[in-house]
Design a protein around this ligand. Structure first.
Ligand SMILES: [Zn+2]
Ligand SMILES: [Zn+2]
Length: 80
């Protein structure tokens, strides 16, 4: 007789929270959820970024302008 406490688990989320990922447009700040597979900005046509250029940290805050780990500017359009 195995009695499982399923109801308890619903109130105790796992300690490791699964992070959502987003893609960001470095030019206009538009964003899309990672699962949408939107590789180019639908607003301005710029290639979206999906991680920090410097430390490769995934983008988990869709409205962020800077990397929370290393401070890299997401919108830094590299001048050639
Ligand atoms: Zn854009
Ligand atoms: Zn970074």
């Amino acid at each position: 007789m195995s009695k499982q406490r399923k109801s308890l688990n619903m109130f105790h989320l796992p300690a490791k929270v699964i992070k959502d990922r987003y893609r960001l447009c470095p030019k206009c700040g538009n964003f899309a959820h990672f699962s949408l597979e939107q590789f180019y900005c639908v607003v301005c046509g710029t290639k979206m970024i999906e991680e920090c250029k410097r430390c490769k940290e995934p983008i988990i805050y869709p409205t962020s302008k800077f990397c929370p780990i290393c401070g890299e500017n997401y919108g830094n359009s590299n001048p050639t």
